[in-house]
Design a protein around this ligand. Structure first.
Ligand SMILES: NC(=O)c1ccc[n+]([C@@H]2O[C@H](COP(=O)([O-])OP(=O)(O)OC[C@H]3O[C@@H](n4cnc5c(N)ncnc54)[C@H](OP(=O)(O)O)[C@@H]3O)[C@@H](O)[C@H]2O)c1
Length: 288
């Protein structure tokens, strides 16, 4: 996969200056971004904001990182919004006066559109992304969208940040971010759910918990590497293991009997639908 997919579009204006990076919300996502940035750009001036006093203390002791509980923007700051989407409306009311039309913003908040964020903060420079938890080990998969008003410089900065925590794919249709919320944002949960089933089977056979986990993780990681490095489709690689009348064919037949593939697609579609519902609620649409 290419890391950058700049779609054709109207010329974007350049945004002047490049200042501090201000990460608002230092939970799972915010901390992953900060860690990725510290590894890839250790000299970057990063300011971290969080309102949770326990977390501020924990991050100070585990990461040696100073976390502030209030935000004071200066001209040229690049703001990463990694707070829960539910608290964003109150955040915007309190902090809107600190933003200008040119304040660069990278949102990782699920379900909040670029237009909703722009309207709430008054900035036209909003990049919307959906990362995932493997970002914590720099193996994230982020999908992001930027409208035509976003300056090249803002976009480049957002790309650098997202690529510091894994791979990043740009889409030119914001609707796809909702689908990516299911596939990439929720993906680690869905995969972990299936990994758990593999581990349960191994444990029921008599393997220890540690061996069950090691075997399963190696199967998933090894298969992911195999698929990534192969020109064959996943189904071709599947069929290569399925000797006629063999053990794997019997297992796949059981999957098919339970409509597993249809179920997985239906689960992802349901998750993407929920992302759209939440986006409508956050935009002030009909509650569900
Ligand atoms: N986790 C994922 O897999 C994932 C994937 C994709 C996108 N996201 C998005 O990433 C964002 C953060 O998710 P997360 O999992 O990192 O959440 P999290 O672990 O709960 O971290 C959010 C942090 O922001 C703090 N916070 C709340 N209001 C704040 C404010 N006004 N100013 C500064 N800090 C504030 C929270 O404090 P309190 O604990 O006191 O509330 C918490 O420490 C969400 O918008 C989510 O939709 C998450």
């Amino acid at each position: 996969m290419s890391n950058l997919h700049p779609p054709e579009g109207p010329r974007r204006r350049q945004r002047a200056g490049c200042g501090r990076l201000v990460v608002v919300g230092c939970g799972h996502m915010g901390l992953a971004i900060v860690k990725g940035l510290r590894a890839s750009a250790p000299n970057r001036d990063v300011v971290v904001i969080d309102t949770n006093s326990d977390r501020i203390h924990d991050i100070a002791s585990s990461e040696g990182l100073q976390v502030w509980d209030t935000m004071e923007l200066t001209h040229g700051d690049f703001v990463v919004l990694a707070i829960p989407p539910q608290v964003f409306p109150a955040f915007a009311v309190t902090h809107r006066h600190q933003f200008t039309a040119e304040t660069a913003v990278l949102s990782v908040m699920a379900g909040l559109s670029t237009s909703a964020i722009s309207a709430a903060l008054g900035s036209r420079q909003v990049v919307r992304s959906i990362p995932n938890t493997p970002s914590a080990v720099f193996q994230g998969m982020s999908v992001y969208f930027a409208g035509p008003d976003v300056a090249d410089e803002t976009l480049a900065e957002a790309e650098i940040l997202l690529q510091a925590i894994g791979k990043a794919l740009r889409v030119d249709d914001e609707e796809l971010v909702n689908d990516a919320t299911a596939l990439c944002g929720g993906g680690p949960a869905f995969v972990s759910y299936i990994v758990d089933a593999f581990c349960n089977f191994a444990a029921s056979c008599g393997f220890s918990e540690a061996d069950s986990k090691e075997m399963t993780v190696q199967v998933f990681g090894g298969t992911a590497s195999l698929i990534a490095g192969s020109s064959k489709t996943p189904m071709q690689l599947c069929e290569e293991v399925m000797t006629p009348n063999g053990t794997t064919e019997r297992g796949i037949a059981a999957f098919d009997a339970f409509n597993l593939k249809t179920s997985v697609v239906a689960a992802l579609a349901a998750s993407a639908e929920r992302s759209r519902e939440l986006a409508a609620v956050m935009a002030g649409g009909a509650p569900t």
